[in-house]
Design a protein around this ligand. Structure first.
Ligand SMILES: Nc1nc2c(ncn2[C@@H]2O[C@H](COP(=O)(O)OP(=O)(O)OP(=O)(O)O)[C@@H](O)[C@H]2O)c(=O)[nH]1
Length: 664
């Protein structure tokens, strides 16, 4: 029997996608003698080639000691491999727990001076959130009977692949892709905050993937920690046995010695066939200036070695494996990857057109049935991205190509605008995703961009019966009402968890946003769980902020895409100095059009006024001859100008485009 057991009727009712009910499957079967249940408890462990220990932080080898031959993957057949991810609500401590596990296994040095080690992007460090899932391979010796290694008992060497995942809803595609390479997940829950909306969402992502789920109640060091209450929630919401929950503090190290033994005992080894022809799943990729595309892969069946000729099922192209290895946690060559192992390959691919996420790679000499790959991404928000300086179009094109190699969830197509020139229409999973993409373009590729008003994808039906998905409002004829016979807007199913005293105000907010309540229940005596169908348009900008402020920050919120619903929509054009600005066109509900139009023009007037005043007066208060200061001010002004677009005689600042969505 799996660690995750029967699902209660409550959990079934709350299933994110009803159609998945038919796919409910028991947790993967345990193998051999590992089927014994355990409440955790400490086990004996040691690092395979670096000695034994019983406390964390015992192992001191560093990556720089590792040469290609230092890691011999042959000694890790599938039954000695565990692939697991860490999933949780935002800030419940996934990355910190990952740090501790990396230290515990000697993969990184204790006190390496960089908390949240696997959050490598500048944007992740600046925002304190995980954006990309990251895999790290760890080695760990463990006695399956729980006997202590330092008392001379024999241990077995295990290879553990840990995937740290993002918590925010906009990056759930990263989570679902990561889960494809895993057989189990640590579901981390903050001991004080308890189950939150993304805990629910991530639980079901893991559950739908048939993963064994180990609950970890983290942050037990906090004065307000209440692990017993959280255990009760895990039971009532997910039917997870409270006695199975591990209690940890990733901050103090308390309870951490139970985590890896529980992973080894309760999570099944990868199910692939060692004797079958190679099938390798392309999980992720990124572009390296020197090596080209580096692909993260999971070897499902067979084995792959350096020098092998491989082909892509998606493109039919063939490559030679030039470099191969594991992330330990940096790229560490091993010369081979065997069944069940997760690592990287370099094969001379140059772009995302070649490195297709979800593709199957196989030996060119064989023919294989491709793996199922991943569900296609549903883009929630579209926006135009244009070079701030029109002559930088090619440079922006190059930057976007490189960046989408590491973020396959963005859709890109070329478009042009009268106001902004040549650019791209990009589809994102949400506004945070959009923001992060812009920030990465700027930080990682030095691209200065103007982005247009984000919009959700609407559907318009015309009198001739044709239907059009509109991702760019500018493309709608200005008086579409004459020909449009029906319009639809996308909706989401939102999960909201709040303390019970805020129920009244949250219900009011949801009805103002045209929401329809689908479910209402109590998680425990203090907290309420609600499900709403809401138009995507109504939640995409400031819904979460408003929800947070109404509930003094206690609400948590998650959503998944749902069906389209019929709606009365119109196109709203903005004229500046009598000239239509196509990049500012939006689609709004007919009833709101008058109010929105007025508010918008009022707001834009302030914005555009303010900027021109600043332009004139930039040196006005700079008395005396401080040249450096003057230069700084002028450079700042130049920087600001880069982000303005001239339409007729009017300069439009970047913020103006963002303000439009806030009003509409
Ligand atoms: N007191 C206490 N704080 C912790 C513990 N674990 C993590 N934290 C803190 O909680 C905050 C969030 O931790 P992260 O590890 O970044 O959380 P996360 O779940 O990876 O966050 P996202 O990637 O943004 O979803 C940080 O300030 C950590 O230092 C713990 O056990 N106890």
């Amino acid at each position: 029997m799996g660690y995750y057991r029967r699902v209660s009727s409550h959990a079934l009712r709350s299933l994110k996608c009803p159609s998945l009910l038919t796919r409910l499957s028991p947790a993967p079967a345990k193998f051999g003698s590992l089927s014994r249940r355990s409440g955790g408890g400490s086990g004996a462990f040691s690092s395979p080639s670096f000695g034994f220990g019983y406390a964390y932080g015992f192992c001191s080898h560093s990556r720089s000691n590792l040469k290609e031959s230092a890691i011999d993957l042959i000694q890790y057949p599938p039954e000695r491999i565990r692939n697991f991810s860490i999933i949780a609500h935002v800030d419940h401590g996934k990355s910190t727990l990952a740090d501790r596990l990396l230290e515990l296994t000697g993969t990184i040095k204790k006190g390496h001076g960089q908390p949240q080690y696997l959050d490598k992007l500048q944007v992740e460090r600046e925002r304190g959130i995980t954006v990309k899932a990251q895999t790290a391979t760890m080695f760990y010796n463990y006695n399956l009977d729980g006997l202590k290694a330092d008392e001379g008992h024999e241990t077995q060497a295990f290879l553990l692949n840990l995937v740290d995942t993002p918590g925010h809803v906009d990056f759930s595609y990263e989570v679902s892709r990561s889960l494809a390479a895993c057989q189990g997940a640590l579901l981390v829950v903050d001991a004080a905050q308890g189950v939150q909306a993304q805990t629910v969402a991530n639980f079901y992502l893991a559950f739908e993937s048939g993963l064994t789920i180990i609950p970890v109640i983290n942050k037990i060091d906090q004065p307000t920690a209440d692990p017993e209450r959280v255990k009760a929630q895990l039971m009532s919401m997910f039917d997870l046995d409270p006695s199975d929950a591990l209690l940890t503090s990733a901050k103090t190290g308390q309870g951490l010695e139970q985590v890896l033994p529980a992973v080894i005992r309760h999570i099944a080894p990868p199910p692939g066939k060692s004797n079958s022809p190679l099938r390798m799943l392309l999980l992720d990729s990124y572009y390296d200036e020197y090596k080209g595309v580096i692909c993260h892969v999971a070897v499902v069946d067979g084995a792959v070695r350096k020098g092998d000729k491989i082909s892509s099922a998606g493109t039919g192209q063939s490559y030679e494996v030039l470099d191969i290895g594991v992330m330990h946690p940096e790229l560490t060559p091993t010369g081979v990857l065997l069944t069940g192992q997760v690592g990287y390959i370099v094969s001379g691919m140059r772009s995302t057109k070649e490195a297709r996420i979800g593709d199957t790679l196989y030996h060119s000499r064989n023919t294989v049935e491709p793996l199922p790959g991943f569900k296609s991404v549903k883009h929630m928000v579209f926006s135009g991205v244009y070079p701030a300086d029109g002559s930088d179009f090619e440079a922006l094109n190059h930057a976007i190509e490189r960046l989408t190699c590491n973020d396959a969830s963005v859709s890109i197509s070329k478009e042009s605008s009268t106001a902004l020139g040549l650019g791209f229409r990009c589809g994102f999973l949400g506004l945070l995703h959009m923001d992060v993409f812009h920030q990465r373009l700027e930080q990682e590729y030095g691209a200065h961009v103007i982005s247009t008003v984000p919009t959700v994808p609407y559907i318009f039906e015309y009198s001739d019966g044709s239907k059009l998905e509109v991702q760019n409002p500018a493309l709608l004829p200005s008086n579409p009402k004459s020909r449009v016979t029906a319009c639809w807007e996308p909706t989401v199913i939102a999960t909201i968890i709040i303390p019970s005293e805020y129920v009244g105000s949250v219900i009011t907010l949801c009805s103002e946003r045209r929401g329809q309540q689908l479910e209402y229940s109590f998680i425990d005596s203090q907290r309420v769980f609600m499900k709403y169908r809401l138009p995507l348009r109504e939640i995409v900008v400031d819904f979460y902020n408003e929800l947070k402020s109404l509930t003094s920050g206690y609400a948590s919120f998650d959503y998944e895409d749902a069906d389209y619903q019929q709606s009365d929509l119109v196109k709203l054009d903005i004229l500046l100095n009598g000239q239509t600005v196509d990049a500012m066109a939006t689609i709004v509900h007919n009833l709101k059009a008058q109010r929105v139009g007025r508010e918008l023009v009022e707001k834009l007037r302030k914005f555009i006024d303010r900027i021109s005043a600043m332009r004139k007066n930039v040196l006005a208060k700079c008395y005396g001859g401080d040249v450096t200061r003057k230069r700084k001010l002028l450079e700042k002004q130049k920087e600001g100008k880069k982000r303005m677009k001239r339409v007729g005689s009017v300069d439009i600042p970047q913020e103006a485009f963002h303000e439009i969505l806030k009003v509409t």
